[in-house]
Design a protein around this ligand. Structure first.
Ligand code: ZN
Length: 76
């Protein structure tokens, strides 16, 4: 995989990152593609879910995924 920014080869690695929210912080191991030339990181949706979960954990909330419809019925 090549870096979109500088064209260097990116490496898939697990990097310890710190997530900070509402004055709290937590360290997680975040897998992803990283370019060490310009420090660009690219993550898949599944990989990003890790940091989402960490943020949700810091807020003391569980992510609530509700099934539902976004369709509004109009009368008449
Ligand atoms: Zn780069």
């Amino acid at each position: 995989m090549q870096c979109e920014s500088c064209g260097e080869d990116m490496e898939h690695e697990i990097v310890a990152i710190e997530v900070v929210i509402a004055g709290r912080r937590s360290s997680i191991d975040q897998p992803g593609w990283y370019c060490w030339s310009c420090k660009l990181g690219t993550h898949s949706a599944g990989e990003l879910a890790l940091s989402d979960d960490a943020l949700a954990g810091l807020l003391g909330k569980r992510r609530q995924l509700r099934p539902g419809k976004a369709v509004v019925m109009r009368r008449g």
